[in-house]
Write a protein that binds this ligand. Structure first.
Ligand code: ADP
Length: 170
């Protein structure tokens, strides 16, 4: 009998981790025995949060899920998956915008390691419009982050960029 992969690695920049990401992690935690949220370290990118900050924040949000861990990694994602004994790379997918990029990434990863499969979960309909880029802009411009990010992330964004405009004007 074939051995099924019981662990999945969900990789991303998570700058910041938002409600769409959280939803994918929670659904994956129900499908796999173990889920590793893998925060990519990219020294070339000037992110809002450091990998250490991201790991801490995400762990706070999904800390109630006993089969989920959060780790930072650098290098090839397929290699990191093998390190975690995972044969599934999990990705979330929003409407059409993500498909081309995700399709290319998935084919590239299967060339690098044919034993690692990419599995996609469709974004929940309530979160398909969420993107880290837009959320960073809203935070910078002092917009209300309710409905975009989990509370611990909202607090960290506010600490970084200041209160939202309504709060500032009170
Ligand atoms: P990356 O920089 O690797 O694309 P992101 O942090 O932007 O990382 O996203 C990580 C993963 O989460 C990707 O698979 C992405 O498609 C997925 N994702 C992004 N936004 C959403 C969303 N609103 N709902 C579900 N999945 C999402």
């Amino acid at each position: 009998m074939k051995e099924f992969s019981r662990s999945a690695v969900y990789s991303g920049s998570f700058d910041p981790f938002h409600l769409g990401h959280e939803d994918i992690v929670r659904r994956a935690a129900d499908l796999f025995e173990e889920v590793v949220v893998a925060v990519g370290i990219n020294p070339e990118k000037r992110d809002t949060f450091t990998p250490e900050e991201k790991v801490e924040m995400i762990a706070e949000v999904v800390g109630d899920l006993p089969n989920v861990s959060v780790r930072a990694f650098s290098g090839l994602t397929v290699r990191f998956a093998r390190e975690c004994n995972a044969r599934v790379l999990l990705r979330g997918i929003r409407a059409l915008a993500d498909i081309e990029y995700e399709f290319t990434m998935s084919l590239t990863n299967s060339c690098l390691d044919a034993g690692v499969e990419t599995v996609f979960l469709m974004a929940h309909k309530e979160y398909t419009h969420l993107s880290s880029t837009l959320i960073r802009q809203i935070a910078e411009l002092g917009g209300d982050l309710k409905g975009f990010v989990p509370l611990p992330i909202k607090q960290r964004l506010r600490a970084k960029f200041g209160p939202n405009t309504e709060q500032r004007n009170q």
